[in-house]
Design a protein around this ligand. Sequence first.
Ligand code: C2E
Ligand code: MG
Ligand code: MG
Length: 314
Amino acid sequence: TSIGIAVYPGNGSDIDVLLKHADTAMYGAKNEGRNDFRFFTPDMNSRAFARLKLENALRRAIERGELILEYQPQWEMPEQRLIGVEALVRWQHPERGRINPIEFIPVAEESGLIHAIGDHVLRTACRQQVAWQAAGLQPVTIAVNISALQFRRQGFLERVSRIIDETGADPTGLDLELTESALMQPGPEIEAQLASLRGMGFGLALDDFGTGYSSLAYLKRIPLTHLKIDRSFVQDLPGDAEDAAIATATLSIARDLGLAVIAEGVETPAQRDFLLTRQCRVMQGYLLSPPLPATAITPLLRDAAAGGHAAPPG
Ligand code: C2E
Ligand code: MG
Ligand code: MG
């Protein structure tokens, strides 16, 4: 429960104003993590206004073509073979410039816009796959992030199927990245949905593994294809003993359950080398390449198709 409080007469002299301010304060409580109360303060109004403005702009962003995708390569090491890319959405805002997903995905989730944005992202990634294939380039997996709200909404499977039919994309070349919150308390419907997606050929990755409400029970019940070790566990490798233990344990669980592993946020040669000695071979991170526009991925795919090993930029 989130509670907002407005006090007479300081915050307003009639019931309508008081209720409006109490409502604003309640949103303040929600934004700061829910399950709490907040007293109304005048600066909440300006923050609420800025948020509303962002939400309205986001509402129009899809039609205006402001939501674009970048693709971050995933490399098989030590050969540095390009095996996949992760699609990451960016908002090219006309006044504010580039806005990162961390800032607007929560707004999209709270306003319900996430469903339209999620469809747009999946459709764009599907079209990109078809375009790369039509150009005769080396096929690589495209991973698409799916918000828990999207995944748990009735009709998700139909939306995905429609986009696949409409674009002619091949689901066996697509991974859906789910978070632990999407898989929390999986009922029979969620399990059936996961099974259907696997049946269609999609790969299913568990993103940010270990950062949410991890339950090892679902690892055996759910037909995942791989785990992504979160950047927060990779960051302090190899020096941090706890992170080293967590990364090593995750790799060992994944191996025993027959799941592939991708390490996220690999920034240094020392992190890479540590992961390699622990048999973690697929990596993504600034050390190898940042997220890139599709046009910068194309030459990497061409190199891969030519039979050579794609050289990561930088
Ligand atoms: P994520 O799915 O875990 O994506 C990885 C994030 O780590 C990306 O941030 C990527 O740019 C960043 N990253 C990659 N390598 C490195 C590195 O070596 N060092 C550091 N410090 N960071 C690295 P980004 O693009 O800002 O995305 C943040 C999050 O926003 C994503 O985390 C994902 O949860 C969400 N997101 C992005 N695109 C979408 C989308 O289309 N739909 C949904 N629902 N969420 C998305
Ligand atoms: Mg991801
Ligand atoms: Mg992640």
